[in-house]
Design a protein around this ligand. Structure first.
Ligand code: LLP
Length: 417
């Protein structure tokens, strides 16, 4: 469900005509719907009524301050993977005690920053990382709270680039090594063991890998219990998929019920780190048609957004629906491509898209997750602005980058001046 609908043949973002936004901000532009974000949070939260839980929004999916502030106000926390994400969360007013820090390559600077900020816990991914956190915490005279991220060796049945819970993936500690690592952790003077963590992959459509994961975590919690090691939190990560095309992912209720059922008998509280399911359908990327080129083999609709603005189709071969801002009855089989000098620069290939003409506005749907956050300045293209909509109000929450922004901090070395 989202708040991007046609009224009288025009696409609206909530109660704002998209054309009005474009008239003011131009293209390409990311537009986010506050109502959609709110509803996703509430639906997810309600699905887990009855078990003690915390929703830590996965910041990597959409890290705009407006989005983070909204989730903070709704009572949520954050799943972060870098010092930069932590900095954003703090700026957005997120409660540090609701922030969990995952990632295989935390630097000492990031660990130190997170300890000073007073985050809830580190999701530790290796023994060396655990030792470093212990050392930095002891130097500061602090205790670092941690969970160990285990790798349950479960196939999430998703794209290989976004599978994380198999032994061949770099993430987490193998199940058969985790118990020993917990035994090391509890002896460490500056470590407090707060939980166990897991994240097996993203865009999961099948519910069974989630169920299996909970059962494996339940088993490790039981085993640790027999060794006298107990804690409050079980972090199940994110990963719930969405419908980009015709996928039928579990609803939040189905997901929650499967987890509640598998977790029966556990006394822990649960953390969830949803990203995509919260933010994807809350955002669109609007772009203008520059040219239509009729080749002998193919038709290309060339738009002013490129793979630098939204890389998912190029990187994963991901399907993203393309709609027209002005409702169009007619479709055409064409490739929708950007201006970047790579053949991989496309939003769709060989499929029916709106029969758009020069100057028309198209939008790439489900672009609120892993859209702007994965954008770059490739080809020296300023990144698009981000607009936040609430009812009939909208505000630019990140301006379009300028050419000056592209070069901020760069200089010509003195000997070439
Ligand atoms: N927690 C951890 C530790 C993660 O690594 C991720 C995503 C999440 C939570 C959130 O997963 P979600 O609920 O969004 O599935 N760029 C890719 C997705 C990469 C996901 C990486 N980790 C894409 O555009 O499909």
């Amino acid at each position: 469900m989202n708040e991007f609908n046609y009224k009288n043949g025009q696409l609206y973002a909530e109660d704002c005509p998209v054309v009005d936004i474009i008239a003011e901000v131009g293209t390409p532009v990311y537009i986010y719907s506050q109502k959609t974000l709110e509803r996703h949070y509430q639906v997810f939260d309600q699905a887990f009524q009855g078990i003690d839980h915390l929703i830590c929004f996965s910041v990597k999916s959409n890290s705009n301050l407006a989005v983070l502030r909204l989730f903070a106000q709704l009572g949520g926390g954050a799943d972060i993977v870098s010092g930069g994400e932590l900095f954003r969360c703090l700026k957005a007013g997120m409660e540090p005690r609701r922030i969990v820090f995952s990632g295989v390559g935390k630097t000492d600077r990031e660990i130190s920053f997170a300890l000073d900020a007073g985050i809830m816990m580190f999701n530790v991914e290796s023994e060396m990382e655990l030792r470093l956190i212990n050392r930095i915490a002891s130097e500061k005279g602090k205790k670092a709270s941690i969970a160990i991220r285990v790798n349950p060796d479960i196939d999430p049945k998703t794209h290989p680039y976004i599978s994380t819970g198999l032994k061949k993936n770099k993430f987490g500690v193998d199940m058969d090594q985790a118990v020993a690592l917990y035994q090391v952790a509890i002896e460490m003077p500056s470590i407090e063991v707060l939980g166990v963590d897991c994240h097996i992959g993203s865009q999961l459509i099948d519910i069974s890998p989630f169920r299996e994961t909970v059962l494996k975590l339940k088993e490790i919690v039981r085993k640790l219990g027999t060794l006298g090691i107990s804690f409050q939190w079980v972090d199940l990560g994110g990963g719930l998929g969405i419908t980009y095309k015709d996928e039928k992912p579990p609803t939040p209720d189905e997901y929650a019920n499967a987890i509640k059922e598998a977790a029966a008998g556990m006394s822990q509280s649960f953390i969830f780190e949803p990203g995509r399911v919260m933010s994807a359908s809350a955002g669109i990327l609007v772009t203008r048609v520059l040219y239509v080129k009729h080749g002998t083999e193919k038709t290309f609709i060339i738009v002013d957004a490129g793979m630098n603005d939204l890389i998912r189709p190029s990187l994963y071969g991901a399907y993203q629906e393309i709609k027209s801002v002005k409702e169009m009855a007619k479709g055409v089989v064409a490739d929708v491509v950007g201006p970047i000098c790579e053949s991989g620069d496309f939003f769709s290939k060989n499929r029916e898209v709106p029969d758009a003409k020069q100057g028309d506005l198209l939008c790439v749907m489900n672009a609120g997750a892993y859209g702007f956050t994965m954008s770059s300045n490739y080809n020296s293209r300023p990144r698009p602005p981000e607009v936040f909509v609430n009812g009939d109000h909208f505000e630019v929450v990140r301006p379009r980058e300028t050419y000056e922004d592209l070069m901020r901090g760069e200089k010509i070395p003195s000997w070439l001046e």
